[in-house]
Design a binder for this molecule. Structure first.
Ligand code: SAM
Length: 281
């Protein structure tokens, strides 16, 4: 942060320093510009000179990026499909593959009757529930999570986006009433023994409860496949994200339960088995 003994305060000098500090990232110059923009609250046009306070803030952001802290955690927001959500600390940061689950869910959702009811199990910031509610404002969409922070985040995001969600703090289905046409879920599915091997950004930013799928990773997936049918209307759908190596186990489980008339595992855009698509008998 010092050039020839003097503290750097010009944007050009700071960007050079940051790009060198972030050289491990694929696009260091871009990273540096994004950090500068965040530090200065700049909307498009970057300043040429920074105040001491902005320099300090910039340095903190660059150091956090160097440690692997993801952008949504620094910026407090992230994009999902065609909208943006707030991501408060302690709430799971939505991932791009879940946007694909959102698109699958929207395809099913658009064809359901006017009185359609949907449940987003483990809503986090509310992204899946919000996508459904935005597509059909007249329908009834429930956003459920065991985490108080997550339920509050989903409520705040709904308010910001001007959509109506029914919020429910519940341990799995414990407080759920009635039956739904569609259940969507991105449950925790990382096997407990693998948690310590996750990349630093995932391990340190996302709450453990959002990731931990129990000893075999299937604890909550099993819950949804075994108990989900009780909360679905006949012909109702369960669309759920799973780990890429869990497809076989999930299909065997669905067959053993005997309450699914259709059960498939669909790939994500990279061709990895990633989504369970089930229809209740
Ligand atoms: C992987 S995150 C998914 C969040 C959001 N649906 C998304 O895709 O961004 C899993 C979510 O499930 C919630 N969760 C974990 N165990 C739960 C349980 N037993 N009952 C309800 N929610 C649970 C976590 O708090 C977390 O918000």
């Amino acid at each position: 942060m010092y050039g020839q003994g003097k503290r750097i305060t010009t944007a050009a000098g700071l960007l050079r320093w940051a790009a060198a500090r972030l050289r491990e990232w694929p696009e260091p110059a871009r990273e540096a510009r994004r950090a500068l923009s965040l530090a200065c609250g700049a909307n498009g046009v970057l300043p040429t000179q920074l105040t001491p306070w902005e320099v300090c803030r910039f340095r903190r952001i660059v150091e956090a990026r160097a440690r692997g802290v993801p952008w949504p955690a620094l910026e407090g927001t992230t994009a999902f499909l065609d909208f943006e959500v707030l991501v408060p600390p302690g709430v799971f940061i939505p991932r791009p593959e879940t946007e694909e689950l959102g698109e699958l869910a929207l395809q099913v959702w658009r064809d359901l009757p006017d009185s359609a009811r949907a449940l987003d199990w483990g809503t986090g910031t509310g992204v899946l529930a919000l996508a459904l509610a935005r597509a059909r404002p007249e329908a009834e969409v429930w956003a459920l999570d065991v985490s108080r922070r997550a339920v509050a985040a989903a409520g705040r995001n709904a308010q910001r986006l001007g959509v109506r969600l029914h919020l429910l703090r519940s341990q799995s289905f414990a407080r759920v009433q009635g039956a739904f046409h569609l259940i969507v879920a991105n449950p925790p599915y990382v096997p407990t023994p693998h948690l310590s091997r996750l990349p630093a950004d995932v391990k340190h930013q996302d709450p453990r409860r959002a990731l931990d799928g129990g000893p075999d990773g299937l604890r909550w997936i099993r819950e949804l496949i075994v108990h989900g049918p009780r909360f679905l209307l006949p012909g109702g759908y369960l669309l759920m994200e799973i780990g890429p190596d869990q497809g076989g186990a999930v299909l065997r489980l669905a067959k053993a339960v005997g309450l699914w008339s259709e059960a498939r595992v669909l790939p994500d855009l990279s061709g990895q088995p990633r989504f369970f698509w089930g229809r209740r008998c």
